[in-house]
Design a protein. Structure first.
Length: 134
């Protein structure tokens, strides 16, 4: 795992958790899944009132993202979802593609503006309306 995606396999990796769900729980849970988020991404989504795209550091923590090193002339390389790991976790190529859609896109730039705090939180709890930067 470490040589493949750059992190050691452990029970807290999203890849390991998904594998356990697929192998241990009923197929109903798997078939009803439509979106997967890490806790940090989920909290950001709650604050802005909509889905927030996963950052590259979060993607690296899933165990399914290959972080690329420097590209041509020292420019940052682009990481990607590892299709082989997705297929292993999903049990087939088709299920691996499904997991990729559950995870969504990954934002490579750091310090990005995620969105504005949701109107509901501003009105209900007095949050200041402004940007959330990740």
């Amino acid at each position: 795992m470490a040589s493949r995606v750059g992190t050691c396999a452990n029970a807290s990796l999203l890849a390991a958790q998904l594998l356990r769900v697929r192998e241990s729980w009923t197929s109903d849970v798997w078939s009803r899944t439509g979106k997967i988020q890490l806790a940090s991404q989920f909290m950001a989504s709650m604050l802005v009132g909509g889905w927030v795209v996963m950052g590259e550091s979060e993607a690296c923590a899933t165990g399914m993202w290959v972080h690329a090193g420097p590209g041509a002339q020292g420019a940052p390389g682009l990481g990607r979802w590892d299709d082989g790991v997705l297929e292993i976790v999903g049990g087939s190529r088709e299920e691996g593609r499904k997991i990729r859609t559950w995870l969504g896109d990954v934002e490579i730039a750091s310090g990005r503006k995620a969105a504005h705090i949701s109107r509901y939180l501003c009105e209900r709890y007095g949050f200041e309306p402004g940007e959330i930067r990740l």
